[in-house]
Design a protein around this ligand. Sequence first.
Ligand SMILES: [Zn+2]
Length: 249
Amino acid sequence: MRLIPALLILLAFAVPARAEDVSVLAYHRFNPAGSTGATTVSTRVFAAQMDRIAESGFTVVPLRALLDGSVLPPHAVAITADDGHRSVYTEMFPILRRHGFAATLFLNPPGLDHGSYLRWAEIAEMQASGLIDPEPHTTSHLNFNTERARRTPEAFAALLRHELADPRAILASRLGTRADILAWPFGIHDDALEAAAREAGYIAAFALGGRAASAGAPAFAVPRYQVYETDVGVRFDRVLAGIPRGQAK
Ligand SMILES: [Zn+2]
């Protein structure tokens, strides 16, 4: 059978991450003095990771490019940061700007302008660079599993409507954005939550999961890689290559 070798070759090419698979990196906080926990990456390691993206021939694409049918370059990667910590402005943004890398920020609007969180003026300045897209991370960053357990179905549905719709309206009015891409707090999502997000006008929602986003992934549970301080060298290369966390090869 002359067909078999050709088929085997096709299968061999089909096994690695597909061309349309894109690793979406999820960061939270940055610290110039070093990592202080799983959600904090030192400025030094973040800078090294961005250098690695540039050296490896990867192209950083805006998150929206994964969603709008854009033709992506062969080695595409997307960058996000959740929670609106002020170190996004002081540590992350200067490094992104140096490389001309785009990133999406997922924000809880009522928490902004206080304490260690971003100021609206800082968000507007980053947005004006053309690199930064501010998007909702719900209103209050609640754990929806916990909140659902302590409410009637009707009360939870009402809470959910506010948690999903209000930040869209606030970001749209303060920053003029479409505010139609969501990141789930704590990565928690299920069919009912996804349906509520769709109803609130979102076009997609991002979770965690430690694997690449693929063209076939459900639009309201798109996986991302939480990036750690230990993601250097080969470990970071595996993330860029879209190899699932915990997979041996
Ligand atoms: Zn968060």
